[in-house]
Ligand binder design. Structure first.
Ligand SMILES: O=C(O)CCC(=O)C(=O)O
Ligand SMILES: [Fe+2]
Length: 282
């Protein structure tokens, strides 16, 4: 377990803003990683994954008790509350690291998603997960929606590590114009792994991680994962968070603020989800 010093924290902030992601090593204690591996293995051993989820590997939504009670839901095999969800979203070192980086108004969805690639599981298609492309929020030079992820095993290309195209949270890539919406029926139905959604791109980089490292990524970042060429399951836990309070910039923001954000007067909160990139990304 390491603490970031202020220079390192500033580097991480700049990486997140400029590249759309950053990795902070050794945030989750090893003992918790081990407990979560046993816990998630047990869940994954008892749940049937629909064929349409084969590229993501699984889609199990674990709620904090506070959200579950409030939302009054019905337990389903991939939808249930568990005290581990709170342990993850409230992890003290995670809070400290995020605060040092300057992630103001950080608000978790209070759901942890278990995403697991089985042994010899297929790759994950290129996608970005932002859902407000019809709002000027899509044009913020700072993140407003981020995912915090922990892989529960070390990941490298051979067992299906994450891949990203740095900068694509802000800059249009040809993938923006050819990909079906993330996790839509259309992308899930692709059967041909030679489709551009699975191709290699010269500007793509691997993001190998150690178990317990914290990945912080902008929802707009183009990302994918390699296939798992090992027999061992590769699991990650992902929690969505809102950050900064749109249209307000971070308190530390010194660069220009786009006119479209300065002039936004309408509330975009109620807009329906819109996953297709618009002209807010150029
Ligand atoms: O499998 C991974 O490494 C990333 C998963 C992901 O990005 C997603 O399911 O949206
Ligand atoms: Fe994703």
């Amino acid at each position: 377990m390491k603490k970031l010093n202020s220079v390192e924290a500033l580097d991480k902030r700049n990486e997140l803003v400029d590249y759309g992601f950053t990795v902070v090593p050794e945030v989750m204690p090893e003992s918790l990683v081990n407990q979560l591996r046993i816990w998630s293995d047990n869940i994954l051993n008892h749940v049937t994954i629909d064929r349409k989820i084969r590229y993501q590997g699984s889609d199990i939504f674990v709620y904090t008790e506070r959200l579950w009670t409030e939302a009054d839901r019905e337990v389903r095999p991939n939808h249930f509350p568990d005290p581990f969800a709170k342990k993850i979203v409230d992890l003290p070192l995670q809070k400290e690291v995020c605060s040092l980086i300057g992630l103001e108004c950080l608000t978790p969805d209070d759901v942890v998603i278990i995403l697991s690639k089985i042994g010899y599981g297929p790759p994950l298609y290129w996608h970005q997960d932002f859902m407000k492309w019809n709002s000027p929020e899509a044009a913020t030079p700072w993140p407003t929606r981020i995912f915090l992820s922990y892989y529960l095993t070390d990941t490298i290309r051979e067992n299906g590590c994450l891949r990203v195209i740095p900068g694509t949270h802000r800059k249009r890539h040809r993938l923006h114009d050819i990909l079906p919406d993330a996790h839509s029926a259309e992308i899930q139905e692709i059967d041909d792994l030679s489709h551009p959604a699975f191709a290699n791109y010269p500007d793509a980089v691997d993001v190998p991680m150690k178990a317990g490292d914290l990945l912080i990524a902008d929802a707009r970042l183009m990302h994918a994962a390699w296939p798992n060429q090992t027999s061992q399951r590769r699991t990650l836990l992902l929690a969505w968070h809102d950050v900064f309070s749109f249209p307000n910039p971070p308190s530390w923001w010194t660069k220009e603020i786009p006119e479209v954000i300065k002039n936004t007067g309408v509330s975009y909160e109620r807009l329906a989800r819109f996953r297709t990139p618009t002209s807010y990304i150029k």
